[in-house]
Design a protein around this ligand. Sequence first.
Ligand code: 2YC
Ligand code: MG
Length: 259
Amino acid sequence: MALLTPEDLKNINKQLEEADSTVRRVTGLDVKQVCKALYGTSPCCEKVGIVPVTSGNGIIGNFSASLNAITQYFGFESFVTDMPDVSGYYEALQKGAEIILMADDHTFLAHNLKNGKIANNQPCTGIIYAEIASRHLKADSNNLLVIGLGKVGFPGAAHLVKKGFNVYGYDADKLLLEKAVSNLGIIPFNPSSPRKFSTIFEATPCANTIPEVVISENCVISTPGIPCAISDELRKKYDVEIVMEPLGIGTVSMLYSVL
Ligand code: 2YC
Ligand code: MG
């Protein structure tokens, strides 16, 4: 999993506000309303405890503070524990946390201690960005392109197939592509016979993964992928709307899914 950097998390509130207004323009709903529609849940004063974790590559600067800003942006009461790791977990329980958020280098978890529900960041991020793409009001057809069919992209593609979209998919890893074709029945996107899409969901840790030939005018790209999937030049040339934010949208999807 690509690790976030403090640079990625700079001005997280501004990044969230911009992404939220883009989502509203593209879908007619804000991120909270999309989560409510997706999970059928809404928060009622759950207390969130955020526990820093020192294992592996260790603490990422601003990660826990960004989670604190994110949970408060979406209306949850939250705090970051003073201690990390097990001591932090213990502290969170003593301070009355009902939902725990904590991440090591491989897993970012939400655990609701009241109802026992857990959520993993990867599928929750894939599903919320796919849901946002599926609600593109000005989409010109039922066709949708998914680029990246790994731990984030595959759950998103599965969600779009379940919603009845005509899903075209691509992944540089042939095995991941074959798995998605055989398990989900998606149409393998063939770069040598390209077509244009008005809606694209991209979930890769690579830059510039979307070829110009598939980008239609006013295309909507929904992507948790860092770095960005298209260049600024292409973005301007086709007046593309991009829903892209490093941590908040995936996190609120996790929180609503454990309510
Ligand atoms: O500061 C801390 O508590 C660190 N242990 C946090 C490690 C997070 C590692 N995961 C990531 O950087 C992200 C995920 C949040 C989503 C994609 N990569
Ligand atoms: Mg990318």
